[in-house]
Design a protein around this ligand. Sequence first.
Ligand code: GLY
Ligand code: MN
Ligand code: MN
Length: 439
Amino acid sequence: MAIGKSEFARRRRRLMAEMEPGSIAIIPAARLHVRNRDTEYRFRQDSDFYYISGFDEPDAVAVLMPDRKHGEFILFCQERDPELELWTGIREGPEGACANYGADDAFPIDDIDDILPGLLEGRERVYYAMGRDPDFDQHLMQWVNTIRKKTRNGGQPPGEFLELNYLLHEHRLLKSAAEIRQMQTAADISVRAHRRAMEFCRPGQFEYQLEAEIMHEFMASGCRHAAYESIVGSGANACILHYTSNQNKMQAGDLVLIDAGCEHQYYAADITRTFPVSGTFSKPQRQLYELVLASQLAAIDQVQPGRHWNEPHEACVRVLTEGLLELGLLKGRLTTQLKKEGYKRFFMHRTGHWLGMDVHDVGDYRVDDEWRILEIGMVLTVEPGLYIPPDDTSVAKKWRGIGIRIEDDVAITKTGPKVLSAALPKEAEALEQLMQAGQ
Ligand code: GLY
Ligand code: MN
Ligand code: MN
């Protein structure tokens, strides 16, 4: 079940309750973008706009006006137009915006230049995400200038612009029960997709064929979008962190890294597994794999309410550094290697990020110069990896070109970490069994 109307209304009420007196918030929808000549990319609503409105059409603007007598939630949107709708699909129109999306007032987007200055007038502060859409920034300034021109006749332009994101992104960071349910479904679909790719995988196939299996499962489950471009990197391609060309033929003896997650009802999953193309890990592959897994489990253990953001990362790099020393990939003393961050040669990204409507979701990682304290309702990824460059002659040959990442999605609950993607095997043995069952 999708997020209900009452939850969208609650989000608006919460935002308005925190806005300063005499203020207005303006949130533009996403635009359509041309892919080539006269065809466009599939539309994806802006996450902030969707979060407060649930409205998924382009050419719309949401306005929140706390304490406005004639209604606090105003939506500008495309008018109904049977001729155009014949080509591009049914629109809600201002009538639908009120009837189905809880708008108190709704107007055609073409009338915004006439109406919005009147709404801005007399409001002292404007909440807005400046700099995200330069065209819209300009429009907003024009509306403000329209009022400025009228000051001699008593027009009162707003005097202050405030960053909307400070409020809104804090709200988005803490997920409700309904949001976690959406994210669980996104994870479940993505788990099925990864399984399907693992069962299908054979030496001699191309990486894009695994991507096709993944996308099949996403689409067949009603998710037309992946939450990000799927990564299918076999052999040394796994060492390229954002490898998305997925063009190579997979060789027996190589590992393949799949980083893929669907977007379900505007919520993302982000899952990575690395497994042997031919169903069996070689000894060096398995040694590195076990190390990444141990570091991931240590990090997940730290995803507890009351811990700070960096604690999972610290646990992870400690385990990785110990293991790299043991395997001879790093040399020297543990404390020295930890201090000089020697692991960064082989693990150059962080252990995770917030996850939500955006795959790299909103929310600050530091508050008042301190790492943020983890709270119930936050969702994050835990995704350590090891990437041994194929041309690094300073390490023994057997390690070169091995790339491994293991990534799960973790919700913070009052009883500790809940791994939303737990149904996807990650023990080396379980992966081998799953692969071999498919061969
Ligand atoms: N798939 C992008 C990431 O893991 O952050
Ligand atoms: Mn990922
Ligand atoms: Mn990630």
